[in-house]
Design a protein around this ligand. Sequence first.
Ligand SMILES: Cc1cc2nc3c(=O)[nH]c(=O)nc-3n(C[C@H](O)[C@H](O)[C@H](O)COP(=O)(O)O)c2cc1C
Length: 178
Amino acid sequence: MSFSHLHFSRGIQPILSIKYMQNEIYILYGSQTGNAEEISKEIYQLLGEKGFHCKHSSLNKTLLTDGFSFTTERSYRAVIIVCSTTGNGDAPESANHFWRKIKNRALPKHLFDGIQYAVLGLGDTNYDKFCQMGKGLDRRFEELGGKRFIDLHCADEATGLEETVNEFIDKVMKFFMK
Ligand SMILES: Cc1cc2nc3c(=O)[nH]c(=O)nc-3n(C[C@H](O)[C@H](O)[C@H](O)COP(=O)(O)O)c2cc1C
C-alpha cells in the first residue's frame, strides 16, 4: 500500500482515515473554451487540500489505450465530471471521443458498476439543447451501472454559472467530508 498520496496542508492534519483512502477520486472535464476545465481544477484543488488522492484529466484522456482508466484503476471509485455543451448540443473537443465511446449500445451494461459519480453540466438556456452533454453523461453513467451520489446540476451561462457551480462544489465537499 502506498502512502505517497498523504497530503499535508495548512499545518498539522490528522492521518487519513480508511474512508479517505477508499474515496480516491477522478475529476474529469469536457471543455471547449475553458470554463469546465477551470471549475474541475478548482474541485481537484479543494479535494487535494483536504488530503484526498485525486486525478484530474479531460474525459478524452481517460480513454488511454483502449480502456477507461477510471474503471481499470480499481482504487478510483468516485468520478466527478464537469462538462459543457457546444455547437448544437454537441460534446466539446476534450470529451468527443469519450462520448462517442460511452454512447455505444454494445457496451457491457455493468461497465461502471461500483463507480459513484456526479455530473455538473455547463450550458446556456439561449441554446435549444440546454446542457445536452451534462444530461447525456449523467444518464449514460446510470445506464452503465454507475451510482449517482449527487443529482445532476446544470449551470446556465445566461443567468450566471456561479450559483449552481458553488452549490455543486458545496455538495461534493459535504459528501466526501461527512
Ligand atoms: C459556439 C457555442 C455553442 C454552444 N452550444 C450550446 C448548446 O448547444 N447547449 C448549451 O446548453 N450551451 C451551449 N453553449 C454554452 C456553453 O456550454 C457555455 O458557454 C459553457 O460555459 C462553456 O463552457 P466551456 O468553456 O467549458 O466550454 C454554447 C457556447 C458556444 C460558444
